[in-house]
Design a protein around this ligand. Structure first.
Ligand code: SF4
Length: 304
C-alpha cells in the first residue's frame, strides 16, 4: 500500500515538452508559472516542489519559448496556469504569458489556478488582470466552507466578466462529510463561484493519512449531491491519473464504475472501466488495448 505513495503519482514527468510546460491532453496545456504557494497545504499533490524533489523542468523559464510552443500547437484550445500557485508567479512572467496568449488565435480560454486567492483575496485579487482578450477562468482551491469569506466574494463580484470556479480535494478528517461538502457548494454558489471538480486525493508521498477509499469518497460525494439542488452541484468527482481524468460514477454489482472524462488518448473519452471500491487509487494499465495503441503510436513517432 505505502509503495503507491510517490512524489509524482500521476507521472507528470513524462508530459513535459519544454521547461514548465506539460502537454498531456490534446486540447489543453498546463503551464507551471510558480514554484511557491501562499502557504503549503499538508495534502499537497505536488509536494515535490517543496521537498527538494522538483522535476528538472518544473517551472517556465522562458515565456517566449512557451508562447512559441502554444502558437505552433494549433489543436490547443485551453491553457491552465498552475504551480505552485499561479497568482504567486512573478508579475513580469504572468504579464508576458497572459499578453502573449491573448493574441494566439486558436486559444479559446485561459484558466488561473489559485489557493492564495482564498487565503488573502484582497492581495491576490490585485494580480488578476482587469480585462482579458480571451475567456478567463479563475479556479479557486477550497477545502472548507469557512474559507469562502466575504472578502473572497467581493473579489468575485469585482470581476463580473470572468467565471470563477472552485475545486476541492476530498480529504479524510478535513472535509469527508456530505453536509460539509454540500455547504461548500452552497456557499460557493452564493459567492458567485461554480463548483467544478471534487478530486480523489492523489497518492502523493505523505498523503496517506488523507486518503479515502473510492467507496468512502463516493459515499461522501453522492451524499453531498443528495443534499444539494441541481444548480449548486454541477461538479464531477474525478481522479487525475497518468492515463487521464476519470470520473467516479458510482457502484454497480460491487464494482466502482469509472468513466474517462479526459484522456491522454482522446479515443478513451467516454469509455467505462471498473475497479475495487476499496482501492484508494486506480489507473489504466499499460496492457489496456486502447492505452496500448497510444503507447505504440508514441514510440513510433519518437523512434524509441
Ligand atoms: S495550493 Fe496547491 S500547489 Fe500549493 S501547497 Fe496547496 S495543493 Fe500544493
Amino acid at each position: 500500500m505505502s509503495e503507491l505513495y510517490k512524489y509524482d503519482p500521476s507521472n507528470e514527468a513524462k508530459n513535459f515538452r519544454i521547461p514548465g510546460l506539460q502537454h498531456k491532453y490534446r486540447e489543453t496545456v498546463l503551464l507551471f508559472v510558480a514554484e511557491n504557494c501562499h502557504s503549503i497545504c499538508d495534502w499537497c499533490f505536488r509536494k515535490r516542489l517543496f521537498e527538494g524533489e522538483s522535476l528538472e523542468n518544473d517551472v517556465v523559464v522562458d515565456p517566449q519559448q512557451a508562447l512559441k510552443y502554444l502558437q505552433n500547437e494549433t489543436e490547443v484550445r485551453s491553457v491552465l496556469m498552475s504551480g505552485g500557485d499561479a497568482l504567486l508567479a512573478e508579475s513580469d512572467l504572468l504579464d508576458k504569458l497572459l499578453n502573449g496568449m491573448g493574441t494566439i488565435e486558436h486559444l479559446h480560454d485561459v484558466r488561473i489556478g489559485s489557493r492564495a486567492i482564498v487565503h488573502d483575496p484582497a492581495r491576490y485579487g490585485k494580480k488578476i488582470p482587469a480585462y482579458y482578450a480571451k475567456k478567463l477562468y479563475i479556479v479557486a482551491h477550497i477545502v472548507r466552507p469557512e474559507e469562502i469569506s466575504h472578502n473572497l466574494a467581493d473579489v468575485v463580484k469585482s470581476f463580473p466578466h470572468y467565471t470563477f470556479y472552485i475545486q476541492t480535494p476530498l480529504l479524510k478528517g478535513v472535509n469527508d462529510d456530505p453536509n460539509l461538502l454540500s455547504e461548500i457548494w452552497y456557499k460557493a454558489s452564493e459567492a458567485g463561484m461554480q463548483p467544478y471538480y471534487v478530486f480523489q486525493c492523489r497518492p502523493t508521498h505523505g498523503n496517506q493519512r488523507y486518503s479515502l477509499s473510492l467507496r468512502e469518497g463516493h459515499e461522501v460525494f453522492s451524499g453531498a449531491q443528495s443534499l444539494s439542488t441541481g444548480v449548486v452541484k454541477p461538479c464531477r468527482y474525478v481522479m487525475s491519473t497518468g492515463s487521464g481524468k476519470w470520473e467516479i460514477l458510482g457502484i454497480d454489482q460491487g464494482d466502482i464504475v469509472l468513466r474517462c472524462h479526459q484522456g491522454v488518448n482522446p479515443l478513451m473519452v467516454g469509455s467505462l472501466r471498473r475497479t475495487d471500491p476499496d482501492d484508494v487509487w486506480w489507473d489504466l494499465p499499460d496492457s489496456d488495448p486502447i492505452h496500448r495503441r497510444m503507447i505504440d503510436q508514441r514510440q513510433k513517432v519518437s523512434g524509441e
